[in-house]
Design a protein. Structure first.
Length: 391
């Protein structure tokens, strides 16, 4: 296990009827608030009325900034940052899923930065200061409510990059599973696979010969998400299923599971970001397409990890016993692929509605991310092969 520093400053308030604490939580940091949200969903569910009433009753001055898109866009975030700076906003309140929280973080950082906001995402500059962010999570998937990462898409360059800083970690996250009851099963599936991917990226790329604590975290949480999704698939308002997915979503990508793991990198995110940047595919759907293909492509290099995954997560010990390692790995990957299909996730780029993808541009962007994220071992030919497998 290598040296690491783990810091998780977010105060998580989890459960039913927790939003009564919203006003008090906000006023710890200021009274002039920018409410950041998507389009109509929080109004349709009544959450908008609840939040604005709680803020009003607490004497909080509220400005609104709506219209955040899935795969949030740079120009919208820039306009929000300008609005926050000009209005002397003290707190950013994000109400929505990972995209909303990601853009809220961008606005929080951009309001305190004099240069181009894209500087912070293209690693031309680092985030030195940001307004405090409070998050109300409605679509658990990315751990954005508890981590120091924000992702934006630049529609001019068609690049999807991330910024990372402890300054943008939300101060408080409100997690009420009942807010997720209305999420359609299709998007619950995408979100659940996104959570699983965050956990499994480091698990499969780990070169640590002995990491029982971190492997145990991952194995337990992936199994929990798989079982919980099946409960929600049967009953979309199953409290325990929704609650378990929501809590796993908050923990999967907050730094805990990969802390100290040798060799852990995120090649599937490196492959997927160009896909959603160019074609606006739901991030979890893109990951669901690519992950089994990446496993097949890298099988020879990561056989021990695939076999461990099959035994400890998919519980296939008896089924693969006596098989050669290669055949056992194929059997495990096939079972994982079957599970992903049973969730209702797409299994190819074409199935995701993309015709004639620009493979050279996908490769170019993935190559850029290899450099930005320190991911070695992939030639352009490797990247092209995986993308063509996804057709």
């Amino acid at each position: 296990m290598k040296n690491f520093e783990f810091y998780s400053p977010t105060r998580v308030i989890f459960g039913k009827d927790i939003l009564s604490q919203l006003g008090t939580s906000i006023k710890q940091y200021g009274q002039k608030v920018l409410l950041v949200y998507g389009k109509q969903s929080i109004k349709t569910t009544g959450l908008y009325e609840t939040v604005t009433a709680l803020c009003r009753d607490a004497g909080i001055t509220l400005l609104e900034y709506s219209g955040v898109e899935p795969n949030p866009k740079l120009p919208h975030a820039e306009a929000g940052a300008k609005m926050a700076a000009e209005a002397n906003i003290e707190v950013i309140l994000a109400v929505g899923g990972g995209s909303v929280i990601d853009e809220a973080k961008a606005i929080a950082a951009g309001a305190c930065y004099k240069g181009s906001l894209w500087d912070l995402y293209s690693q031309k500059a680092s985030i030195k200061q940001a307004l405090p962010v409070i998050a109300i999570q409605t679509l658990p998937a990315t751990s954005s409510e508890t981590n120091q990462v924000s992702v934006l898409t630049n529609p001019e360059t068609l690049e999807k990059f991330g910024a990372r800083s402890p300054h943008i970690v939300p101060r408080t996250a409100f997690l009420d599973p009942s807010l997720t009851f209305s999420i359609p099963l299709q998007y619950t599936a995408y979100a659940s696979f996104d959570i699983m991917s965050h956990l499994l990226e480091g698990y499969f790329t780990s070169t640590d010969p002995f990491a029982p604590v971190q492997d145990g975290f991952v194995e337990g949480m992936v199994k929990a998400v798989m079982k919980s999704f099946k409960k929600v698939q049967s009953n979309p308002q199953d409290w325990d299923g929704r609650a378990s997915i929501m809590w796993a979503g908050a923990l999967a990508w907050n730094g805990l599971c990969n802390a100290g793991v040798e060799g852990a990198v995120i090649p599937n995110h490196m492959l997927e970001h160009p896909l959603s940047a160019l074609y606006d595919v739901a991030h979890g759907a893109g990951l669901a397409i690519l992950f089994p293909l990446w496993l097949r492509y890298k099988k020879e290099a990561i056989m021990p990890r695939i076999l461990q995954f099959g035994r400890n997560i998919l519980e296939m010990g008896d089924e693969i016993k006596g098989l050669s390692d290669s055949v056992a790995c194929d059997t495990v990957i096939n079972r994982f692929d079957e599970f992903i299909r049973s969730m209702g996730c797409p299994s190819s780029i074409t199935e995701a509605g993309i015709e004639n993808p620009d493979i050279p541009e996908l490769v170019r962007q993935a190559r850029t991310l290899c450099g930005l994220w320190g991911i070695d071992g992939y030639t352009d030919a490797d990247l092209e092969t995986i993308y063509r497998m996804a057709l």
